[in-house]
Design a protein around this ligand. Structure first.
Ligand SMILES: C[S@@+](CC[C@H](N)C(=O)[O-])C[C@H]1O[C@@H](n2cnc3c(N)ncnc32)[C@H](O)[C@@H]1O
Length: 254
């Protein structure tokens, strides 16, 4: 036990993090940090590590996750995309296929594109598609799907802070369960500026349930646009695959 603690003292945070991320990437189940760290503690126990060392390693990983939110999110989603039982749809979203089918194909941007379920559908439908995501595995899978289908796709590894949305660039922007906050006014302004006039913005995701104070707060934030579609109904979410309050919007820039 004493020897194990001495050895532990010589391990920097990185080897501990590397051991954790190698384990999680190969056999972890995505969940809350507490669930994941609990499962990791079980793994360390099954390897015969003493309780004091397990506690210290888990504390070190917990701190690393808190200090490095980007790596934590990327690791979570990388695993989501390699985990065969991951509860999300690999089919294009109904909102994207329904609305984009009514539009003349042009330049489309898929924000937080994941493994490319919507981007690939759009590229097949004749759109010139770009997209970005924070997960290297998502980008790898999206590029692979595009090249296997003989499609062109500009998929970049980038976060919302980094990706240059540009000005009057896009005929269509897709934000499908895109891990953005609609209340992030600066980001939503950049999205608006990056659409061409008459360009369409599609937004869908969890809506967090009714807002007792101002039930129409969300739609009011988008009245600069022409509202083509607004839906605030429970349904089976493409992500999670269970019933949840969902928001779906199609908005045309005026
Ligand atoms: C729920 S998934 C949705 C993926 C895809 N839009 C779809 O509908 O299948 C959320 C995606 O957001 C990405 N993501 C999370 N935070 C991000 C950030 N700050 N910048 C870019 N992408 C991010 C994740 O890697 C993940 O692929």
């Amino acid at each position: 036990m004493f020897l194990a603690l001495i050895l532990f003292a010589f391990l920097s945070a990185d080897p501990i993090w590397e051991d954790f991320s190698a384990w999680f990437s190969a056999e972890g189940t995505p969940g809350t940090p507490a669930e994941v760290l609990n499962a990791y503690a079980g793994k360390l126990k099954s390897r015969g590590l003493p309780p004091a060392e397990i506690d210290q390693r888990v504390a070190s990983v917990r701190k690393y996750l808190a200090d490095n939110p980007r790596q934590a999110l990327a690791l979570h989603f990388d695993r989501m995309y390699t985990w065969t039982e991951a509860p999300f749809s690999r089919q294009p979203s109904d909102l994207v296929t329904k609305v984009a089918s009514t539009l003349k194909p042009g330049k489309a941007l898929d924000i937080a594109m994941g493994q490319g379920r919507n981007a690939i559908w759009l590229a097949k439908a004749g759109w010139t598609v770009s997209g970005y995501d924070i997960s290297p595995e998502a980008i790898r899978q999206a590029r692979h799907a595009a090249s296997s289908a003989g499609l062109s796709l500009d998929a970049k590894l980038a976060s919302h802070d980094e990706y240059p949305l540009g000005e009057a660039q896009w005929d269509l922007i897709v934000m499908s369960f895109a891990f953005t906050r609609l209340s992030d006014a600066d980001y939503m302004k950049r999205v608006h500026a990056s659409l061409k006039p008459c360009g369409v913005l599609l937004i869908e995701g969890f809506n967090g349930g009714p807002r007792p104070g101002d039930p129409n707060m969300i739609i009011k934030a988008f009245l600069d646009y022409r509202v083509l579609l607004f839906e605030d109904l429970p349904g089976i979410a493409d992500w999670g695959k269970s019933k949840a309050p969902l928001l779906r919007m199609a908005l045309e820039k005026r």
